[in-house]
Design a protein around this ligand. Structure first.
Ligand SMILES: Cc1cc2nc3c(=O)[nH]c(=O)nc-3n(C[C@H](O)[C@H](O)[C@H](O)COP(=O)(O)OP(=O)(O)OC[C@H]3O[C@@H](n4cnc5c(N)ncnc54)[C@H](O)[C@@H]3O)c2cc1C
Length: 232
């Protein structure tokens, strides 16, 4: 059993659960996920390991409640428990050791970039995180990502940060409008790394451009998580 130590609403449909999982907390790397089984009769679902604390023996899962399994999970109160948490599964994300990286995520996809931004920051890589949501209350993890470097929030309605989706904000950052040194074109080298399996696989696109060494975009194959704000 994995007791829930914290249950915190991050946005109207996204919740962070902090739970005991000492072995996973100790060996986790950025990118992988766990398979969570709430209990008898429940489905087993994959969730990215959003954060962890090896000393405390805990991991964080950031969950968008969209169907039965995810809704049941976010309703587990502090003091409740999840029966099984299997993992870490999937390949760790390959990350550079130096340079400047722009991480892009929207809605619950923001949680996917947090462990990546944390590891990049630990390595001394300069990180800019572009995070999106429909409006201010849908933008999550600004403080956590702020501890890793520069954060550029954007909202569809302009209530926080840059107005619009994360995509024009990325173009803006690459053009040197936020941080950066006035990028002017450069070779773009697209290479896609898969992190997990299935319809909702998180995909990281690595674009190499001048002045910015990598761009990591967290999204699902069908765009339901990530760039569109995770608001399905
Ligand atoms: C690698 C990976 C990482 C992910 N990380 C995250 C993350 O960090 N955060 C996040 O929010 N999401 C994440 N997802 C997406 C998440 O796994 C899905 O949202 C989740 O699996 C579906 O949850 P649900 O509540 O919609 O499922 P449900 O509606 O419960 O459906 C789950 C399965 O059960 C079946 N089912 C449901 N009800 C019934 C029923 N009554 N009878 C029979 N079958 C039924 C469905 O057909 C489906 O196959 C990730 C996905 C992947 C692949």
């Amino acid at each position: 059993m994995h007791p829930i130590l914290r249950n915190e609403r991050l946005s109207p449909n996204v919740t962070r659960l902090v739970l005991e999982a000492p072995r996973i907390a100790e060996i986790r790397q950025p990118g992988p996920f766990v398979i969570v089984h709430l209990g008898r009769g429940a489905e087993r679902i994959p969730l990215t390991i959003a954060d962890g604390d090896a000393e405390a023996g805990t991991i964080s899962l950031v969950i968008q409640a969209i169907g039965k399994s995810t809704t049941d999970l976010v309703e587990v109160p502090v003091g409740g428990a999840i029966a099984d948490v299997a993992g870490p599964l999937g390949r760790p994300t390959e990350l550079p050791e130096s340079g400047r990286v722009v991480c892009v995520g929207g809605g619950v996809g923001t949680a996917v970039i947090l462990p990546i931004a944390q590891e990049l920051h630990r390595r001394g890589v300069a990180v800019t995180s572009i995070i999106g949501g429909r409006s201010r209350e849908w933008v999550i993890m600004e403080a956590e990502l702020g501890a890793c470097g520069e954060v550029v929030p954007c909202t569809d309605d302009g209530s926080d940060g840059l107005p619009g989706f994360v995509t024009p904000a990325l173009a803006h950052v690459l053009a040197g409008g936020v941080g950066g040194q006035g990028l002017q074109g450069g070779n773009i080298n697209l290479d896609i790394e898969m992190s997990g399996v299935g319809e909702h696989t998180a995909v990281l696109h690595h674009l190499e451009v001048r002045d910015v060494d990598h761009v990591l975009v967290a999204r699902s194959r069908d765009d339901k998580v990530g760039l569109r704000g995770g608001d399905t």
